[in-house]
Design a protein around this ligand. Structure first.
Ligand SMILES: Nc1ncnc2c1ncn2[C@@H]1O[C@H](COP(=O)(O)OP(=O)(O)O)[C@@H](O)[C@H]1O
Ligand SMILES: [Mg+2]
Length: 395
């Protein structure tokens, strides 16, 4: 066969030594890039809420809000006048005070544990992290106190919480000291965030070590209930938070197994595209193979509910959503939630890469574009909180 003259036959073999050289060169380059990435970037701020938003979060009308805000002894923050002097604005903290006093949401009984939720999917880009953060923020807008736990070494949730994983998070700030048994539980790792009543346990690439440390414990103690390590570390925190929401890496790691087994309920965000659907089917297969191997030891494990949330739904005419939605209905039945999160420029836009729909101030951009995605998120949060509140009221 004639040799193609456009592609000269050159030796492309690579030695291990050459890979080391490349790696050295990349490290130098990374050091430079890091300088750029570490340039100060604006700290995240929580949004300001207008009167109508606060009224709607409390389920009261604006005139009642104005009456209460002006009343000296209502014990409610009056907010600040802005614009024409008729409408008020409130900080997130103030808004949460209003919600706790006026919204009539049933509080968690003091003797009930906080609910542990996990967003699960082995497909990257399935909006797991976005869903985790939005759910956590949304729950604080129902007066709940929430802890988010980032177990993904890629630390996207940590970044959404306003920390820069690269510079702000050391291994000692993550769950690792507890995994190494240097700490009795996970209390040490809790950090407040820019968002009132939303605390976090951050992640960093150091979490990869857990995948070596946990198996080494199993080698020295084959009877170890290794899937309970995380739950034991969270146990002392459950009275302090109404919710603990865990975000994991899109893979079946030891940390993910621990997160799944620690959870009381599971939410699977699913982008209605065929590959995503297939990947979700594989998730259940892997999960059931795995649990069958050790569940004989833990036969009492139950989830309060498992819900599938169609997310980043494309309503364009050439979209595969209608087909995959039908598959999901058939496959998941009443696990499938009634609301769907549309694909929205509000979330996808570059400027908001480190933000969710709840981070946006009420009067920015078009109201309609915002409420198209915010309304389904609100109903998603409400349906989850409602189920959990019912469970609390039965205790
Ligand atoms: N409703 C949405 N519309 C458009 N883009 C979205 C939406 N939800 C999430 N995204 C974007 O999709 C990408 C993947 O989301 P992410 O939450 O990081 O997924 P995962 O954690 O499952 O990998 C992110 O860039 C995110 O900003
Ligand atoms: Mg993620």
């Amino acid at each position: 066969m004639p040799v193609n003259p456009v592609f000269p036959d050159i030796d492309r073999s690579v030695s291990v030594e050459q890979i080391s050289e490349i790696s050295d060169r990349l490290s130098t380059m990374m050091a430079e890039l890091r300088e750029q990435m570490l340039a100060p970037r604006p700290r995240k701020k929580s949004p300001v809420f207008g009167s109508s938003q606060v009224a709607s979060l409390c389920g009261i009308d604006r005139s009642r809000l104005n009456y209460l805000a002006g009343k000296e002894d209502s014990g409610l923050p009056p907010g600040e006048f802005h614009g024409n002097g008729r409408s008020r604005s409130f900080t997130l903290e103030e808004t949460q005070v209003w919600i706790r006093k006026e919204a009539g949401i049933t509080a968690r009984p003091a003797e009930a544990d906080g609910q542990i939720l996990i967003t699960a999917n082995f497909k990257g880009g399935s909006t797991k992290t976005t869903t985790t953060m939005s759910l956590a923020q949304g729950l604080t807008l129902r007066g709940r106190k929430v802890l988010v736990v980032d177990l993904d070494p890629q630390a996207s949730l940590t970044e959404l919480c306003g920390l820069y994983a690269e510079s702000d998070v050391a291994e000692d700030d993550t769950v690792m000291p507890y995994i190494y048994k240097d700490q009795p539980d996970l209390r040490y790792a809790i950090k407040p965030t820019y968002w009132a009543n939303l605390h976090m346990i951050p992640a960093s690439p150091a979490l990869f070590s857990a995948e070596f440390v946990i198996p080494s414990y199993i080698v020295s103690n084959p009877k170890l209930r290794f899937w309970e390590i995380l739950l034991n570390g969270l146990a002392p925190l459950r009275r302090e938070y109404d919710y603990i929401v865990i975000d994991t890496a899109p893979s079946l790691s030891y940390l993910t197994i621990n997160a799944l087994m620690a959870s009381n309920a599971m939410i699977m965000p699913l982008v209605p595209e065929s590959l995503d659907f297939i990947s979700s089917v594989q998730f259940w297969k892997l999960f059931s193979d795995l649990t069958q191997s050790f569940m004989q030891l833990d036969p009492g494990k139950r989830f309060d509910f498992i819900s599938v949330l169609l997310s980043k739904v494309d309503y364009g005419s050439s979209s595969s959503s209608p087909v995959v939605r039908a598959w999901a209905q058939r496959a998941y039945g009443d696990w499938l939630l009634p609301m769907e999160i549309p694909a929205s420029s509000v979330v996808g836009s570059e400027a908001l890469e480190f933000a969710t729909v709840y981070d946006i101030d009420s009067w920015e951009g078009s109201k309609k574009t915002l409420s198209r995605i915010r309304d389904p998120f609100d109903s998603f949060v409400n349906i989850i909180d409602d189920r959990v509140a019912r469970k609390w009221s039965r205790t």
